[in-house]
Design a protein around this ligand. Structure first.
Ligand code: NAD
Length: 254
């Protein structure tokens, strides 16, 4: 029970990595706000967690829209008894297209969802954390925050921004009890990756071969890193970007 008595807001928690994190946080004793665009999906996850005897509240929001991001922060705070102890910025998605053809609307959407929502939610929930001199933010970035992949310009720019957002907030808030860290997953077997593979945009076999561990990661493996960074096991860790990638970033051979 590494998060006993804590409250948490986990974005994009109806599937994939976010769902893994919401389940792990609830298992470790946190009350969790589950959020994504679909109210039905949020409700289903909240009920599943509730059946395990844990507390989860469904609050849908479209995080590509700043007014919805701010509303989510307010609603989550009141649903969680006036305090969000842990924020996990996770909802994200790439738009894949050659840069020369990437529509401006897709570029802007990708930055709004993958970077700007992270900033706004950190700011909104960070105020309460700073006033209580206690809190932890975990940003789900990507190996794409460091490594350039073709046809993912906006996504790579956003994730690089997430890494720097993490570091700037971390050093500003380090003396006030609020820690800010990021996780950079390699390829993880989620609906997003399966969807891209089904469209022929990704080849899961090749991705497994490129990963020194020879396989894709599991949402549960990323969730364990998020529990660690959010918990009191990480009290001297802030401004870190932790890779959870089966060795992808370390590999530089053929
Ligand atoms: P996913 O597509 O399986 O799940 C994404 C979640 O975000 C879903 O709950 C979805 O409903 C929600 N979401 C999407 N658009 C939204 C919007 N506009 N408003 C609110 N919620 C929205 O994705 P995933 O693979 O679990 O990825 C989660 C995070 O991990 C993302 O930030 C992604 O960039 C990052 N990541 C994933 C991988 C991977 O291989 N899967 C690798 C590196 C980083």
């Amino acid at each position: 029970m590494r998060l006993q008595g804590k409250t948490a807001l986990v974005t994009g928690s109806t599937r994939g990595i976010g769902l893994g994190i919401a389940r792990a946080f609830a298992r470790e004793g946190a009350a969790v706000v589950v959020t994504a665009r679909s109210g039905k999906d949020c409700q289903a996850v909240a009920e599943e967690i509730g059946k395990e005897g844990r507390r989860a509240i469904a609050i849908p929001a479209d995080l590509s829209k700043s007014e919805e991001v701010r509303r989510l922060a307010r609603d989550a705070e009141s649903a969680l008894g006036g305090r969000v102890d842990i924020l996990v910025n996770n909802a994200g998605q790439p738009r894949v297209a050659p840069s020369v053809e990437l529509p401006e609307a897709d570029y802007r959407y990708t930055l709004d969802l993958n970077l700007n929502a992270y900033f706004l939610l950190s700011q909104e929930t960070g105020r309460g954390m700073l006033s209580r001199r206690s809190g932890a933010i975990v940003n789900v970035s990507s190996v794409n925050g460091t490594l350039a992949f073709p046809q993912r310009l906006a996504y790579c720019v956003a994730k690089a921004g997430v890494n720097m957002l993490t570091k700037v907030l971390a050093i500003e808030w380090a003396g006030q009890g609020v820690r800010v860290n990021a996780i950079a997953p390699g390829y993880v077997a989620t609906e997003m990756v399966k969807g891209l593979a089904a469209k022929g945009i990704l080849d899961q076999e090749r991705l497994s071969r490129r990963t020194p561990m020879g396989r894709l990661g599991l949402p549960e493996e990323v969730a364990e890193a998020a529990v660690f960074l959010a918990s009191d096991a990480a009290t001297f860790i802030t401004g870190s970007v932790l890779t959870v990638d089966g060795g992808w970033m370390a590999y530089g051979y053929l």
